[in-house]
Design a protein around this ligand. Structure first.
Ligand SMILES: Cc1cc2nc3c(=O)[nH]c(=O)nc-3n(C[C@H](O)[C@H](O)[C@H](O)COP(=O)(O)OP(=O)(O)OC[C@H]3O[C@@H](n4cnc5c(N)ncnc54)[C@H](O)[C@@H]3O)c2cc1C
Length: 459
């Protein structure tokens, strides 16, 4: 496969040429310059242009719109936020934490509404998420999660416990003992969403320049080899690629998530597996896995577990890690033995996401410098980036709103440690969590080390 199609199953099958848009022709003036044409950059452009069509908004993208995580992800448009509700409540108080979570709930509906209004056919299906509990340790975590959510103001309408029968009725995986269900998630085709969004912002007058790498970001300017975009506001929307920008190496750490997709499965297989509402699915293990039933009847399944690369390096060959692909196939086969001993896979890919040192996502604008940013979503950026886009649009236009009062706005995460500490900590954490999953699978008891590590991370 040539060009950009090999980057993910989603990009591979798009019914459109992935020809780059024209690059920046030379120096230019704008009201807002946005660096990065993933969901964050494009949602920001969208809400700015919608609120004020006179604004001159320029988006600069090193490759093509959707090149990054936005064109490669698991397609969970969820209300998940990298900081848990209890942790948010500890930091910001119960009311503000709940406001944040409610804003995330609303965001799922907002993405669906805008996609429909803009004619973005992204295989949207709001079937919620079922998170299975397989084994006693996972069941304990499921119960604790629901209890905590309810203590902090959510109800069964937001997150509820499922017994074994209810969980298996939604997702009939092996060894299901129960689970949790939230309606606040939709399965989407991520690349159709990001590519459709790029067209939607262009229709509203935003200029997108592709194959235009920004080499420096400074107050009033985004600098490229082809010219400088001078703008009073410059937005950094580069998520996992941020460490490649001068002066920003330790802002987020790029962590790789990898995925595989099966061929379209026969109806008899789906009758055994379930996911009739296209619920996104996972289980309560530590090293996250996630899946969706795609609109064309495949299982798209991913997980963390790839190593963090020294010095926050991001390279195309890191997208492919045969060991992790093999582990994903194994995990899929364990979940659904109906797939057979050798789970068929047609596509395998991956990409970097962004993790801040305190695991906290943030969106903000420094009024003194005009530099704005959003990111650090960990693996929850499909929904969160929309909230970021709406929030940045308000901040940039100087509008005070419920969104700009949310606790993540203006939050400054500490920088990551210099190497080799960063490398040691990231990969040690991964080892602890992977070994906890293996131990729990064997002993059915929760791993104390993993619990301690989760507490240390402040989740
Ligand atoms: C495999 C995988 C699965 C995931 N699954 C899910 C999921 O199911 N649900 C969920 O909510 N989240 C998921 N995520 C995370 C989610 O995809 C991201 O949080 C989200 O896409 C981030 O969007 P973004 O626009 O901030 O960043 P990106 O989509 O990464 O976009 C950043 C853009 O900036 C461009 N860029 C970088 N540097 C420069 C530069 N110097 N000059 C110009 N342009 C530049 C890049 O080319 C890229 O297009 C997943 C991520 C991965 C990798």
């Amino acid at each position: 496969m040539t060009g950009y199609r090999h980057l993910s199953y989603w990009l591979s099958g798009l019914d459109e040429p992935l020809t780059p848009r024209p690059g920046l022709p030379g120096d230019t003036d704008a009201d807002v310059a946005i660096v990065g044409a993933g969901y964050t950059g494009l949602w920001t452009a969208y809400y700015l242009a919608r609120a004020d069509p006179t604004l001159r908004v320029v988006v600069l993208e090193r490759e093509i719109a959707g090149y990054g995580a936005s064109g490669r992800n698991g397609g969970w448009c969820s209300a998940l936020f990298p900081t848990s509700l209890p942790a948010l409540a500890r930091r910001h108080g119960r009311d503000r934490a709940l406001a944040m979570q409610r804003a995330m709930h609303d965001t799922v509906g907002e993405v669906g509404r805008v996609a429909a209004a803009e004619g973005i056919d992204c295989d949207w299906r709001a079937g919620g998420t079922v998170t299975l509990a397989r084994g006693e340790a996972q069941l304990q975590r499921a119960r604790a999660e629901v209890a905590q959510a309810h203590v902090h103001g959510l109800t069964d309408d937001d997150l509820r416990l499922l017994d074994a029968g209810e969980a298996a009725a939604r997702c009939n995986a092996e060894g299901v003992r129960g689970g949790t269900y939230t309606p606040h998630c939709a399965a989407v085709h991520p690349a159709k969403l990001v590519r459709g969004l790029a067209r939607a912002v262009e229709r509203r007058g935003v200029r997108i320049h592709e194959r235009t790498a920004v080499t420096a970001l400074r107050p009033g300017a985004a600098v490229t080899a082809a010219g400088v975009v001078r703008a009073p506001v410059v937005v950094r929307a580069t998520e996992g690629y941020t460490p490649g920008l001068p002066g920003r190496r330790r802002v987020v750490a790029p962590v790789y998530s990898l995925m595989v997709a099966t061929p379209p499965l026969p109806e008899e297989t789906w009758a055994r597996i379930g996911l009739a509402q296209r619920e996104t699915f996972s289980d309560h293990r530590h090293v996250i896995v996630y899946g969706q039933r795609t609109a064309d009847g495949r299982l798209a399944f991913g997980g963390r577990g790839a190593p963090y690369h020294y010095a926050s390096r991001v390279r195309p060959d890191f997208d492919r890690e045969p060991r992790v692909f093999a582990a994903l196939r194994r995990a899929l086969g364990e979940l659904f033995p109906v797939l057979g001993p050798d789970v068929p896979v047609t596509h395998a890919w991956g990409g970097p996401l962004g993790v801040a040192r305190d695991w906290a996502a943030s969106a903000g604008l420094d009024r003194r410098t005009g530099l704005a940013w959003a990111g650090g979503y960990v693996g929850d950026g499909v929904g969160t980036s929309n909230l970021a886009g709406r929030t940045l649009a308000d901040l940039i236009r100087g509008v005070e709103s419920d969104l700009t009062a949310l606790p993540w706005v203006g939050h400054r995460s500490p920088r990551w440690e210099p190497e080799p500490l960063r490398w040691l900590a990231m990969n040690a954490g991964l080892k602890i969590m992977s070994s906890a999953d293996r131990t729990e699978h064997r002993t059915h008891r929760p791993s104390r080390r993993a619990e301690a590590f989760t507490r240390y991370l402040g989740h």
